[in-house]
Design a binder for this molecule. Structure first.
Ligand SMILES: [Zn+2]
Length: 413
């Protein structure tokens, strides 16, 4: 059985694979990512597991006797981080899965650890490519041309990682990533990344839903005019309209209330000079909710508010939906079972929804009975170098996952 110390020690070692700077920066296919990937493969082999890459650099750590395509209990998380992220996001679920898969290797219960290559969307303008590949739902040639901030394409970055032993050969052009194993059930351990568990004094959350989101790009076009000579009443200021829309989004989020949230994540103005009334502005808007109807309502109301503001100010507006995910219910049966088990083990716990997206969404959307478990985040902080979960709390989550797997084993025997 693995120990609290071995869990902490491996998390420390994984956190050391980072680009320079504060916190942990491990972007898909970059140097730190490749080194972490090779280290994980070596650790798995040292524990008696096989480490098998798929064509986009997802990793399965599994009993070497499992035949390709076997139905497995998939347990894992993601290897990548955001820029200047924390030590636990993705890493916790990855290391716990490695240790649990190693522990159960000889048990006859086919638990395999998965490590997705990319979940965060922090290098290329797309997220969850890893899990889509893992599930056989990603056609690599469709991502090939996407570029990172330095102009490196996804295809070039992947080819470099592949040359270092971090991905299997590419499939034929137009073909999807071949799926290595078939998930009969899926479990992801993760830090909460929010303040709920800490503020209630709970040690564990059984996550029964994952919020969906919509991203909208608003393009406002007014009139660029001399800022010294154009009277206030004759202006059609695109940035002022954008500013009012930012506040409308905030009001919408507050009025909707938890678990609804609305955010304006970025704004830019053109031409961007002191002495010119902005003629154009671009705004990035996002709404999230755990209920499909409420999410659709938030999107509609935000769009209506933005159009009304633009119209009143005599500014043209184009609203474009950039991305979205539906709210995703996880397995109610598995959630109920986990809640009963946590009560039986006297672990202070609660049922909750996740406001953040996770790899687990894709499993659930693919019809795999899926579940997530959260452990507390100090101060609710995540995507930050200040991310912290106490070693003891990490251990409670992993020990609970071990018991849950034992219950699944009994049930599926
Ligand atoms: Zn994560």
């Amino acid at each position: 059985m693995f120990t609290l110390e071995s869990l902490s020690e491996k998390l420390d070692r994984l956190a050391a694979f980072t680009a320079p700077g504060p916190g942990v920066t491990r972007l898909v296919y970059d140097d730190a990512w490749c080194e972490a990937h090779l280290w994980l493969q070596a650790e798995a082999r040292a524990l008696g597991l096989a480490a098998t890459c798929d064509a986009v650099g997802n990793l399965w750590l599994h009993n070497p006797e499992l035949p390709p395509g076997a139905r497995v209990i998939a347990l894992g998380s993601h290897l990548d981080t955001v820029k200047r992220g924390g030590r636990f996001d993705g890493a916790y679920g990855t290391i716990a899965a490695l240790l649990l898969a190693a522990e159960l290797r000889g048990s006859g219960f086919p638990v395999a650890a998965f490590v997705t290559c990319e979940e965060e969307g922090s290098r290329f303008p797309m997220a969850l490519t890893g899990v889509r590949g893992l599930l056989g739902r990603l056609v690599p040639s469709e991502c090939e041309g996407a570029r990172d901030a330095n102009g490196v394409t996804w295809g070039e970055a992947l080819a470099a990682a592949r040359a270092r032993g971090c991905a299997a050969p590419a499939p034929a052009a137009g073909a999807a990533v071949p799926r290595l194993f078939d998930a009969a059930r899926q479990l992801e351990l993760h830090i909460e990344q929010g303040p709920v568990l800490e503020s209630w004094g709970d040690k564990l959350a059984v996550v029964d839903r994952i919020a969906g989101y919509r991203r909208l790009r608003a393009r406002l076009t007014g009139e660029a005019r001399h800022a010294g000579t154009t009277p206030m009443e004759r202006r059609h200021d695109a940035l002022a309209a954008a500013a009012e829309i930012v506040l409308a989004a905030e009001s919408l989020g507050r009025a909707t209330g938890a678990p609804g949230v609305a955010t304006a994540g970025f704004a830019s103005a053109e031409p961007g000079l002191y002495n010119v009334v902005p003629g154009a502005a671009t705004l990035g808007l996002e709404v999230r909710h755990t209920e499909a109807e409420a999410l659709a309502r938030m999107e509609r109301e935000l769009g209506e508010a933005a159009r009304a503001i633009a119209q009143r100010r005599g500014v043209a507006i184009e609203l474009e939906t950039k991305a979205g995910e539906e709210p995703t219910p996880l397995s109610e049966e598995l959630a109920a079972q986990a809640l009963a088990l946590a009560a039986g083990m006297a672990i202070p716990h609660r049922r909750m929804a996740s406001g953040a997206g996770h790899d687990t969404m894709a499993f659930a959307q693919a019809g795999v009975p899926a579940l997530m478990l959260f452990v507390p985040s100090r101060g609710g902080i995540s995507h930050s170098p200040d991310e912290l979960t106490k070693a003891r709390d990490l251990w409670v989550g992993a020990a609970f996952a071990r018991e849950l797997l034992a219950a699944w084993r009994q049930e599926l025997a």
